[in-house]
Design a protein around this ligand. Structure first.
Ligand code: C2E
Ligand code: CA
Ligand code: CA
Length: 650
């Protein structure tokens, strides 16, 4: 006995079974004590005397000869193997490798077997996870197989075709070498995943022949199958998790992109949806309510008609892909229906009703993009356009919109330094008495002159600041600067002038907003009564519906509120009576249409008067408008006709 690669003593004293099997001679040439016991032998000598050529199926024989070739290349195999000494079935997890032995015919390669776990006794009900060995010919005809194979597939299998589910035998064999691959096969227990390897090809060996003597008659294949159902299921589960959104169960961005690959560039229409005002809901009611809302909205998406795929591609961003594109007018009508459904009030926890709207971008393949990833970018760009146009609307993609995404990234990048380096400025526009043209209030409007990007519209960078959570910092700067400017504004206009400041909804609902505001005022020796806070209707209404206390806190602290852009948002006139606002700023769209339609304006005026609120007309650009407003009794007016927003000169 010669064991050049194995320290004899060590092996002898190993508690795990170790033996050497001469594949060509079909005998165990050496075994340690535990291996002798494993093989149900009295001594090493009786084990060595045992001839295995009788009990070995041709399939196993061919498989082992295949292994020999692999051992020659230094390979090592770990697998469950089944042995049946004296008819007792045992399953052993083995590490197989090559070892050179001396025989009467000279030196040759044999197989060193190390049992890595304690062997398990098998009875018929056991899971046959031991390696299955099958030998078949090039027509798939079965020549031989071992018992684990019979247990898994039954003893009536004659051709490999009866086993294969996905491919026919020929294609299955092609392209699979000793590296093998995973395949789902029909077993007696249903379809199960297997790892399959072809261990020898293009040779058939007569019983007892050696590899070198093999006559190459026909092509035969020895196939090893290992049942990997449990492992594969876990793998598939992990892969599924990586592709799907844990909260809503929809696909995630990666899953969607991967899934859409199968459709290549076939026509489809994509809705890119971003919720408006989701962050305030999350901040006010906590994440569990926010999560619940997202799930409900996901259901709204799923309920959309048509063949479609839904995905959640970001915190509050969703995508629907319609696989059967319809004409543009129909698509847009559907987008509007969807926006309406999304904006419906929702009762989540007891006593809390929330409402968010959404901005939606539409783009189609192939009209708007050459491939799916580009389509996503373009629909996203259209969605941003919808945000810029005032939210709660749908916008179809037009070429060039995507440049805004790049701009948005740049804005975000420079926002912090703009605040820190004082690149921001306030411009002031008076709100005057239409009769006397004296300034009563001064609205502060934010400006950012960027050295590279040029002058930026506040609508543009305020949206970015809101989304990136930087709005509080930005508006803190605005309030501090306005307080600093107040004495000079009073010198210039009138001693009683007050500053009107625009407040973002995303900022107002932050806990501690009122307290922080009061602190800033104290620091600059100002009072709440020095300020008017302008809030848009689209912010005020949900805050009211959610019974968010922030409005009451502000009023309680002594601030006066104005409803900005009145008439453009929810237009829920029923709410106006409940809003604790002192002023209503009528959107400039109504002033513009004054010649054609005076009645809406008069209706708004009457409504405001009824609730003791004061109207301010925005966007007055002509003398005729001033006169018409004066006549209508809307005394407070603002617009380019009186003054453009201007910096406060030194
Ligand atoms: P807004 O509150 O409706 O402000 C009035 C906008 O109308 C200003 O645009 C102003 O320059 C413009 N405007 C004034 N008179 C006329 C007129 O006669 N005709 C026309 N066509 N436009 C007129 P601006 O400065 O570009 O501001 C846009 C929006 O950005 C503001 O709309 C406001 O919602 C927001 N904004 C500006 N500063 C701030 C800020 O400090 N915080 C927040 N949250 N929003 C701000
Ligand atoms: Ca305003
Ligand atoms: Ca306004």
């Amino acid at each position: 006995m010669n064991l050049p690669y194995l320290d004899h003593l060590t092996a002898e004293h190993l508690c795990a079974p170790v033996w050497v099997y001469d594949i060509v001679g079909k005998r165990i040439t050496w075994a340690n004590k535990v291996a002798v016991a494993l093989w149900e032998a009295d001594s090493l000598q009786t084990l060595q005397a045992r001839d295995f050529s009788g009990d070995q199926s041709q399939a196993v024989e061919q498989t082992l000869l295949g292994y020999l070739e692999r051992f020659q290349h230094g390979e090592q195999l770990d697998l469950w193997w089944e042995i049946s000494p004296d008819g007792i079935c045992k399953r052993v997890f083995t590490r197989l490798s090559g070892i050179h032995i001396q025989t009467d015919q000279g030196e040759r390669l044999a197989m060193l077997v190390e049992a890595m776990h304690s062997p398990e006794l098998l009875n018929n009900s056991d899971i046959p996870s031991a390696a299955m060995a099958v030998l078949f010919d090039d027509k798939g005809q079965l020549i031989s197989c071992n018992p684990p194979f019979t247990r898994q597939f039954g003893d009536a299998i004659q051709n490999l075709k009866e086993v294969l589910t996905e491919h026919d035998a020929a294609t299955f064999i092609q392209g699979m070498g000793s590296l093998g691959r995973d395949i789902r096969l029909n077993t007696l227990r249903g379809a199960r995943w297997h790892h399959a390897e072809i261990t020898i090809k293009d040779a058939v060996l007569k019983q007892g022949a050696t590899l070198q003597q093999a006559p190459h008659l026909t092509t035969h294949y020895a196939l090893t199958l290992i049942d990997i159902q449990e492992r594969k299921q876990q793998e598939l589960e992990i892969a599924r998790e990586a592709r799907s959104d844990f909260l809503t169960g929809l696909m995630n961005r990666r899953g969607l992109l991967q899934y859409m690959e199968r459709f290549e560039s076939s026509p489809c229409t994509l809705f890119y949806i971003d919720l408006d005002g989701f962050k305030p809901v999350n901040d006010t009611y906590g994440h569990s309510t926010g999560d619940q809302l997202l799930c409900e909205l996901a259901n709204v998406l799923m309920a959309q008609p048509g063949q479609k795929i839904c995905a959640r591609v970001g915190g509050d961003e969703f995508v629907i892909v319609f696989l059967e594109p319809s004409p543009r007018y129909q698509t847009e009508a559907q987008a509007h229906q969807l926006l309406k459904a999304l904006a419906a009030p929702r009762r989540l926890k007891a006593g809390c009703e929330v409402r968010v709207s959404a901005s939606l971008g539409i783009a189609s393949l192939p009209a708007d993009a050459p491939d799916f990833p580009t389509l996503m970018v373009h629909a996203d760009a259209a969605m941003y356009e919808a945000k810029k146009q005032g939210r709660n609307r749908a916008v179809s993609y037009q070429p060039g919109m995507e440049s805004w995404l790049r701009r948005r990234a740049q804005i975000l990048h420079h926002l912090d330094e703009a605040i820190a380096d004082n690149c921001l400025a306030l411009h002031y526009q008076p709100i005057v008495n239409g009769d006397s043209q004296e300034a009563v209030l001064i609205e502060a409007l934010l400006r950012w002159q960027h050295p590279v990007l040029g002058p930026l519209s506040p609508l543009e960078f305020i949206t970015v600041a809101e989304e990136s959570g930087k709005i509080a910092k930005l508006e803190a700067w605005v309030i501090a600067r306005a307080c600093q400017d107040l004495p000079r504004l009073r010198q210039r206009y009138s001693a009683r002038i007050r500053i009107s400041i625009n407040i973002s909804g995303a900022n107002m609902v932050q806990p501690g907003f009122t307290d922080n505001l009061l602190q800033t005022l104290t620091k600059h020796q100002c009072n709440p009564s020095d300020l008017l806070l302008e809030l848009t209707e689209s912010i005020l209404v949900p805050v009211l519906e959610e019974q968010n206390p922030c409005l009451q806190q502000l009023v309680h602290a002594g601030f006066q509120l104005a409803i900005d852009d009145f008439g453009t948002g929810y237009s829920s006139l029923a709410y106006i009576s409940q809003l604790p606002a002192r002023y209503v700023k009528i959107d400039r769209a109504f002033i513009k249409r004054l010649d054609q339609d005076k009645h809406t304006l008069l209706f708004i005026r009457d409504l405001c008067n009824k609730f003791g609120m004061c109207c301010i007309a925005e966007g007055v650009e002509r003398e005729s408008q001033r006169q018409a407003l004066n006549k209508a009794g809307i005394g407070l007016q603002q617009g380019y006709y009186f003054a453009r927003p201007q910096p406060l000169e030194d």
